[in-house]
Design a protein around this ligand. Structure first.
Ligand code: AMP
Length: 303
């Protein structure tokens, strides 16, 4: 098994969805990613929190294979984000993004992190993603995520990130925004020309579309009777995807396809409850069972 290094937000999230509302719960892209990836591989986290992120909050990482040596706790307030979902949960409005301690944050990789083979640049300012990339020694596979906030506010840095990564994992709306193309196949071509050879487009309840080389691979989302909160589903997907690749130590097309299913299975849990609620109590056997359900969902005999 190979380790994964990640940088990204650790946050206090407030979320309003048709089924309820939560305020100030632990979230953040790096948090969802790390919890999900730790089901498959060892994770090394680089991030920052404020003094308001007390030891009790730290418990979300406890008992998992998540190394927190690179998580700084500094004076000030933790990153805060609030989102509100539409009635059908398919769209979301950001109510606020308070960067707080991320404004002054300079990532410094502990020496033990520098040779990590798998790197995931979770959602955060692309300049911080770049600083982390500068400090790692010849990683085997680097993937990144981003969002509309950075496409609008930090496009030059984002382009520099894209030119240096093997893979990009983003949602359909962001793919359209980044490429200026409404059609996803055209958008994929345009984004791959910016750098990443492998592109994963997350499409919410429509599943995932992946392209690499000449081919495409698609996976559905698990049909679920009740969806509470889609927050973090994308980061959870990325955690399952990268975690699977790192545990397999294999970057073949077949391994990437299996990693897409692993990511989709993990993401299907994330949406079942608010915040990290469902993921924190999740057992490994439940993950294996859902992987088997995914196999049944997609298996058919060719004509
Ligand atoms: P997702 O639902 O996959 O887009 O991820 C939502 C998570 O991303 C939440 O836990 C937020 O704290 C975090 N987040 C929201 N906006 C940003 C941003 N601009 N930079 C970094 N993380 C963010």
């Amino acid at each position: 098994m190979q380790a994964i290094l990640t940088v990204g937000s650790v946050a206090f999230d407030s979320i309003k969805a048709p089924g309820g509302e939560v305020t100030g719960v632990v979230g953040g892209a790096a948090t969802y990613f790390s919890v999900a990836a730790s089901f498959f591989a060892d994770v090394r986290m680089v991030a920052v929190v404020g003094e308001d992120f007390d030891d009790g909050r730290m418990q979300v990482f406890g008992g998992r294979s998540i190394d927190l040596t690179g998580l700084q706790r500094v004076p000030g307030e933790t990153f805060r984000w609030k989102g509100e979902y539409s009635a059908d949960l398919n769209s979301r409005e950001t109510i606020y993004t308070h960067l707080n301690v991320f404004e002054q944050f300079r990532p410094v990789l502990p020496d033990a992190y520098r040779q990590t083979p798998f790197v995931f640049l979770a959602n955060i300012h692309p300049a911080l993603q770049l600083e982390v990339l500068r400090q790692v020694d010849a990683p085997r596979f680097v993937a990144a995520d981003t969002m509309n906030f950075w496409i609008e506010g930090a496009l030059d840095d984002l382009r520099a990130v894209l030119s240096r990564v093997d893979a990009l994992v983003i949602n359909d709306e962001e793919a359209r925004q980044l490429s200026g193309e409404a059609n996803l196949v055209k958008a994929a071509r345009s984004i791959r020309a910016m750098g990443p050879k492998l592109l994963v487009i997350k499409r919410g309840e429509s599943g995932v579309l992946m392209t690499r080389g000449q081919g495409f691979f698609a996976a559905p989302a698990m049909p679920l009777e009740s969806v509470a909160d889609p927050t973090g589903a994308g980061d959870t997907f990325a955690g399952g995807f990268m975690g699977y690749l790192a545990s397999a130590g294999d970057l073949s097309d077949e391994a990437v396809n299996r990693a897409i299913i692993a990511g989709s299975a993990l993401a299907s849990f994330a949406v079942e409850d608010f915040g990290l609620g469902r993921l924190l109590g999740l057992r490994k056997e439940e993950v294996s069972d859902r992987l088997a359900e995914f196999k049944r969902l997609t298996d058919f005999k060719a004509l």
